[in-house]
Design a binder for this molecule. Structure first.
Ligand code: M6R
Length: 606
């Protein structure tokens, strides 16, 4: 849950590291640090808080000539966000950065402390550098090179890690290892870069190698030496993407705002080559993937879980295939009974979510076929899956997911139709209706100026109270969950999503004028049912914001959406309304919309 960068070469290193960390700040931003060795000089800077604090601290420093350098932006797992707990962590003559969790760190720490190691931080990471130096010192053996010491260190680590180590004992190398956390290596001429994702090195490196779990090695003299458990490995570099423009704000106030507005256009990319005349096609999928499959299980976390939940209605309704949805962190430990006629689908924006990745590995170990729906090509989840469908949302920078949710839902909708086609559970007429609705989705996602200003105006009435209930039925229940998650993530107000029919089974006890209810009331799906649920709430005097194509007299506030006979079009339009509501409430509360407190974009720890 952190970002790491590294660089070995002749260019000025401080700026390379800081620029790279800036790109990774979404992965964690409670402290940051860098360490550089050049001309036999070791320099280390750390600062608590956002990266700008580290920039300020290092403003009078610049590095000249050949050297090795590592940097880190942290999201605290072990130990508070203090300078001592910030990476890089220091031994007597070496520095380490790490992303992940060393699960056996307490046993290692005890052992090292008993032998005299002095720990400065409360982190699991610091054990790596002390273990390395201990291994290096053992016996003063001339064969005991830093490289050997590093290998011996890695062998003792349990858990997830991507780690970089530099040492005065070998000033010309960066040592690296990856197991379970992301890391890639960029190349240009004799320069070598390391990073947790490719944005920090776009524009700097021209080629890239995405490390696999269990790989480790060192970079030295413009060359990469790569190993795994079988020994030295050959590897093939690939061309690195060059377009970082998509990741800039384009004049919007926040990345999240830009990403809400982008949904309409990226949806075209999501559908391109897939929504065809008279059918859905995924050329990346081998049709035999669905052979002997009579059940679907989907595993995901957070927003991705909500898109999965929405899709379960579509898989069962359209493809007539049983579909169960699981929260990945629960799935991992429930000792699930897995049948080999089940297709195991994981959904993830980042492709690096530790719980989802681990659930996928479990399913694979049980012999299930796997498919991932992901926004990041070459991510760990994509590489681990038998097959993958990319959502093509472009880089999503706002921690609160928006366009990832929209595109995941679209891919799942297309997939439901694809399975329905294969299983012949869909008539030609219904197929045509679905394809037409899909083509109209970009329009349903357009953010109208009047709507945005209305949400800005309305938001001032929803800054207090004792909580929000987002309610909906059927497909609109997962959307209610997602609306509530968006709001709580960036406003820090308490919000829950509920199936509206469930309110009378308990939650309605909370109803009073200070309970804000956001009711999703589509005309195309169970309108009368949800209407009576909402009336029950109004009778208890809740403050109601109704979102519907149909005017609703009892509403305190009303947002009129477009009527469509297809629920998915109503779904996407209402999704935008809930996203704008969360955004504008957060802005009024003065919160950091793109990097809300306590959260990170990519959750690579359990
Ligand atoms: O990258 P993933 O889709 O696997 O991430 C899963 C969740 O961590 C993520 O959706 C999270 O809930 C977002 N902050 C939601 O806005």
């Amino acid at each position: 849950m952190c970002g790491i960068v590294g660089y070995i070469g002749n260019n000025e290193k401080k700026e390379i590291l800081l620029d790279g960390l800036q790109e990774l700040e979404y992965r964690g931003y409670d402290s940051a640090g860098i360490a550089i060795i050049e001309n036999k000089q070791l320099k280390n800077f750390k600062a608590v808080g956002r990266l700008k604090n580290l920039r300020e601290k290092t403003k009078d420093y610049s590095s000249e000539g050949f050297g090795v350098s590592i940097g880190h932006t942290r999201w605290a797992t072990h130990g508070k966000p203090t300078e001592l707990n910030a990476h890089p962590h220091m031994g007597a003559y070496s520095f380490v950065v790490h992303n992940g969790i060393i699960e056996n760190y307490q046993a290692l720490k005890k052992e090292l402390q008993a032998e005299g190691a002095k720990f400065l931080s409360q982190t699991d990471t610091e054990t790596i550098v002390h273990l390395f130096e201990k291994n290096h010192k053992i016996n003063n053996n001339p064969n005991n090179t830093p490289w050997k010491a590093f290998q011996d260190t890695i062998k003792r680590l349990e858990g997830a890690y991507a780690t970089l180590l530099i040492t005065e004992a070998d000033e010309q190398s960066i040592y690296f290892a990856k197991n379970g956390s992301p890391m890639l290596i960029g190349f240009k001429d004799n320069d070598i870069y390391f990073a947790s994702s490719d944005t920090p090195i776009i524009g700097k490196a021209t080629e890239v190698y995405y490390l696999e779990d269990g790989e480790f090695g060192y970079a030295h003299n413009g060359k990469l030496h790569l190993f795994n458990v079988d020994g030295q490995k050959k590897f093939t570099k690939q061309a690195l993407a060059t377009d970082k423009a998509m990741a800039q704000k384009d004049g919007y106030r926040f990345f999240m705002e830009k990403e809400i507005y982008e949904q309409s256009t990226v949806m075209n990319d999501t559908m391109m080559g897939r929504v065809l005349d008279g059918k859905i096609d995924f050329e990346e999928l081998d049709p035999t993937l669905f052979d002997n499959i009579s059940n679907i299980k989907i595993c995901a976390c957070g927003t991705s879980y909500h898109s999965a939940l929405a899709s379960s209605y579509l898989f069962e309704r359209l493809a007539k295939i049983p579909c169960q949805i699981e929260i990945a962190s629960e799935f991992r430990y429930k000792e699930p009974l897995l049948r080999d006629d089940t297709l195991f689908i994981t959904i993830s924006q980042s492709g690096e979510t530790a719980d989802t990745l681990e659930a996928l590995k479990m399913a694979k170990r049980a012999g299930l076929k796997s498919l991932s729906i992901c926004n990041v090509d070459n991510s760990s989840i994509v590489r681990e899956s038998d097959a993958a469908v990319l959502t093509r949302a472009g880089i999503e920078k706002g921690v609160a997911s928006t366009k990832a949710f929209a595109t995941q839902t679209m891919v799942l909708w297309m997939l439901a139709i694809y399975v329905a086609q294969a299983k012949k559970t869909i008539s030609k007429e219904v197929l045509e209706i679905e394809l037409l609705a899909m083509r109209q989705t970009p329009k349903a996602l357009l953010v109208k100026e009047e709507l945005h200003s209305k949400m800005t105006r309305l938001s001032k009435r929803y800054l207090h109270g004792h909580g929000f209930f987002f309610i909906g039925r059927d497909l609109f229940f997962p959307l209610a969950l997602e609306g509530a998650l968006k709001l709580k993530e960036i406003s820090y107000l308490h919000a829950e999503g509920y199936p509206s029919g469930e309110m009378k089974h308990g939650p309605i006890a909370l109803a009073d004028a200070e309970l804000f209810t956001i009711a999703l009331m589509p005309k195309s799906l169970h309108y009368d049912k949800i209407k009576s649920n909402v009336e029950e709430l109004c009778a208890r005097d809740v403050t109601l914001l109704a979102i519907s194509p149909e005017a609703f007299d009892l509403a305190d506030d009303f947002v009129q959406t477009t009527y469509s006979s297809h629920p998915m079009l109503e779904f996407f339009e209402m999704m935008v309304v809930t996203q704008l509501l969360a955004l504008e409430i957060s802005v009024r509360l003065g919160n950091d919309v793109d990097m809300p407190r306590n959260l990170a974009k990519s959750v690579t720890v359990e």
